[in-house]
Design a protein around this ligand. Structure first.
Ligand code: ADP
Length: 244
């Protein structure tokens, strides 16, 4: 791990959609380089919380700090956040290489690396996600697992300090899911990035994460290591969700 990720502090964050409270007073401290799962049933606020951390939603109350700095004041591009979505969100009309380079090419001119450097970085990333030689293909010509690896390469291209993944394996079948889990853990180890991923699958959270944040109706039920959640569940909800 040549570089480490940022610390993330979520401070008393609340998000309302009309009269509906999607997040209520959520606070979390995430260490640099930690791998954290946001776990909870559908509608519990996981994606909303991830989007607040990413800067895609601005919270109604509270704030998010990266390395102690108020990130809610920064434009999304200045947060050094890489995002991966369940549906890959790749550009269909662009090749794999163009998809990976996208985040670099849309930068303002003074922050944009020279063309040769972008190409070198794309090649390096293709190798990193073990898809060498597929740069000229289009997303439709690839499998789901390959597409998700492209999406990850694209997220890594901007050299983020934080990696955020929203149900990254949700669209994949069970066998591919298992492979990609192992692979995400490996990527996390190799990059040292602070990583937060959303899942409704307790096995996935317990198997992968250093710590798990259990959400229920926009509130945190418990934050702990997988062992802590098994050994000392904070509420019947955690027991029902995490199992015994
Ligand atoms: P989860 O990821 O845990 O399934 P979400 O964070 O996606 O939950 O959503 C939490 C709740 O907030 C859901 O009831 C959802 O319908 C609602 N919600 C999320 N985004 C919006 C939005 N942009 N407008 C209105 N309601 C929303």
């Amino acid at each position: 791990a040549e570089k480490r990720g940022s610390s993330i502090r979520v401070e008393n964050v609340a998000q309302d959609f009309g009269a509906f409270a999607a997040l209520r007073d959520v606070s979390i401290d995430i260490e640099p380089g930690e791998l954290v799962a946001l776990l909870g049933p559908s509608g519990s606020g996981k994606t909303t919380l991830l989007r607040v951390i990413a800067g895609l939603n601005s919270p109604d109350r509270g704030r998010v700090l990266f390395d102690g700095e108020d990130a809610t004041l920064l434009p999304v591009q200045a947060r050094h956040v890489g995002m991966v979505f369940q549906s890959y969100a790749l550009f269909k009309h662009m090749t794999v290489a163009e998809n990976i380079a996208f985040g670099l090419k849309v930068r303002p001119r003074r922050l944009r690396p020279p063309r040769a450097e972008i190409k070198a970085r794309v090649d390096e990333l293709l190798q990193f996600v073990q898809l060498d030689g597929l740069g000229a293909r289009y997303p439709a010509q690839l499998s789901g697992g390959q597409r998700q690896r492209i999406a990850l390469a694209r997220a890594l291209a901007i050299e983020p300090r934080v990696l955020l993944l929203d149900e990254p394996f949700g669209a994949l079948d069970a066998r591919v899911r298992k492979d990609l889990r192992r692979w995400l853990r490996d990527i996390h180890k190799r990059t040292g990035l602070t990583t937060v991923f959303v899942t409704h699958d307790q096995d996935e959270a317990m198997e992968l994460a250093d710590r798990v944040v259990v959400l229920n109706e926009g509130r945190i039920e418990q934050i702990g290591t997988p062992e802590e959640l098994y050994d000392r569940p904070a509420s019947p909800f955690v027991i029902s969700f995490v199992g015994e």
